[in-house]
Design a protein around this ligand. Structure first.
Ligand code: BG6
Length: 493
């Protein structure tokens, strides 16, 4: 059982406190950390929003969120009460001076109390919030600001947001959340690559044939207006999947220092071969799900879910891409990435396909030696599997068979797997930016994604349809099969 290292006492100010993120993610994550003894009841969470709530109402929201979203095995009535007592509320319509004065009066001046502002609001009000934080004396040099996505919808808009924040907060005060980086299994990529001597000598184009990254979800896009403006490219690839790609592809950083790591990720992003109008149709596929009527529970198509004024939308709910990294380590090694809503299973995994054996000593008829595969399962059934060839035991001579060495986290570790936000929220208080995106990384990611978006927008075609509950449009299968390869199947795991 790991003992968490206590963090300093904090004043966490959450703008957008009445929203879903606070209830579903932030409050339960904080409760787990409180229960683990990582912070004491001297710490405060100060919710800010327009609604006319008061402390008592916010405390009740905290209790309800804990009861609804925390595993019942971790609930403890007396502890929940102590936890709820850490919650305070300020009603503030961002432009209202009285609200700011109220907020200012709730903040403790003691420098030993960490002050963090969590902006879980639409980015178009980031600027106003930052300006008011400065003007009303809430800002101080040691304060931190946490930014939730979406941080823009293209390079230009992300620059505007970052410029606005940068007029008040310096880069070392800014924590841009990509919740994938807080996932245990994503952090495990660092351990796997850099705490084992085994992989690094073969982690390159000489020994790796290709890499696959799949993030599939069974949920639909729902009726979120945000999704229709964004689409899978912006919602999942620009941030989460490119971050995964960076962790797989980056050079070993000289140290675990936040900037050393982020420098290496940035180099990967800058080495990505641009996908433009000339190449987009060869290396990308976008899809949109259709409904299904046959199953017991019929599933509506993306179009049916949309409000009337958005019908006919060409927003993609699925993307598959063949990405290439133009550097010495990865020249000629494609990274096939795909993500989608309403797919056959919820699964996120990275599959490293090693090169084939250079020469077979075996006779025909013993079975082909398949190339080795390292499957890193991020969720669910977190774990790592190494597929390799062995002799099928028994008489009758040599027969080759593929088996896997299986490291299942659930079987190996008894502890609950912490939620991404637990780690990230505490890292902000600790002042550790390692798992947060630096501005130049974010901009490099947009610089790669923007031309893809533009090429799609300029093309007359509609995203390819795929039936809900499948692995996406046939074009995605063709994308990889054209290169003589195939997507790793769920049943292979
Ligand atoms: C979010 C996206 O960032 O990540 C959602 O906006 C997506 O559309 C979610 O469903 C996936 O996160 P997770 O942790 O469930 O894989």
């Amino acid at each position: 059982m790991q003992r968490p290292i206590p963090v300093p006492t904090f004043d966490y100010v959450v703008f957008g406190a009445t929203g879903d993120l606070t209830r579903r993610k932030l409050i339960p994550a904080l409760y787990y950390r409180f229960r683990a003894g990582q912070f004491s009841e001297r710490s405060r969470v100060i919710g800010v929003s327009r609604s006319a709530w008061d402390d008592a109402r916010f405390q009740q929201v905290a209790r309800d969120a804990v009861n609804e979203f925390v595993d019942p095995a971790y609930l403890d009535g007396a502890l929940v009460e102590k936890f709820a007592a850490c919650f305070f509320y300020v009603s503030n319509d961002v432009t209202d001076r009285d609200g700011w004065a109220d907020l200012r009066s709730r903040l403790r001046d003691d420098e030993a109390v960490v002050r963090a502002f969590y902006l879980a609001v639409a980015p178009d009000i980031f600027e106003r919030i930052c300006v008011f934080l400065a003007e009303t004396g809430c800002w101080r040099p040691s304060a931190r600001v946490v930014l939730e996505k979406p941080l823009g919808h293209d390079l230009a808009s992300s620059r505007e947001i970052n410029d606005a924040v940068a007029r008040v907060f310096s880069e070392d005060q800014v924590y841009r959340i990509d919740h994938y980086l807080g996932k245990e299994t994503v952090q495990n990529l660092l351990a796997l690559r850099f705490a084992n001597a085994l992989f690094e000598p073969i982690w390159n184009a000489a020994h790796i044939d290709h890499v696959q990254i799949s993030v599939a979800e069974t949920v639909g896009a729902g009726t979120r207006g945000y999704y229709d403006d964004s689409g899978a490219l912006r919602d999942m690839i620009q941030n989460h999947i490119l971050q995964l790609l960076c962790l797989v592809a980056m050079e070993p950083p000289a140290s675990g220092d936040a900037n050393a790591l982020r420098d290496e990720k940035l180099k990967v992003l800058r080495s990505l071969r641009p996908i433009t109008g000339d190449t987009v149709s060869k290396v990308s596929v976008r899809g949109q799900y259709r409904g299904t009527a046959s199953q017991a529970a019929a599933v509506r198509s993306y179009q049916e879910e949309l409000p009337d004024d958005r019908k006919g939308s060409r927003t993609e709910t699925f993307v598959a891409l063949k990405a290439e990294i133009d550097n010495w380590r990865w020249a000629g090694v494609p990274f096939y990435i795909r993500t989608g809503k309403r797919m056959a299973a919820k699964v996120s995994e990275i599959v490293i396909h090693f090169a084939r054996i250079p020469h077979s000593i075996f006779e025909d008829g013993v079975g082909a030696a398949k190339s080795n595969k390292l499957v890193i399962r991020l969720q669910p059934d977190e774990g790592v599997k190494l597929f390799m060839m062995v002799k099928d035991p028994g008489p009758g001579g040599m027969r080759l068979r593929e088996v896997s060495l299986n490291l299942s986290f659930a079987q190996t570790f008894e502890d609950r797997m912490p939620e991404a936000y637990e780690r990230l929220l505490m890292d902000v208080v600790r002042g550790n930016q390692t798992l947060f995106m630096r501005r130049d990384e974010l901009e490099a990611a947009w610089s790669w994604v923007d031309p893809i978006r533009q090429a799609w927008d300029a093309a007359p075609d509609f995203p390819q349809p795929y039936a809900a509950g499948t692995w996406g449009p046939t074009g995605s299968v063709a994308l990889i099969e054209r290169d003589g390869r195939a997507w790793h199947e769920e049943s292979d795991f």
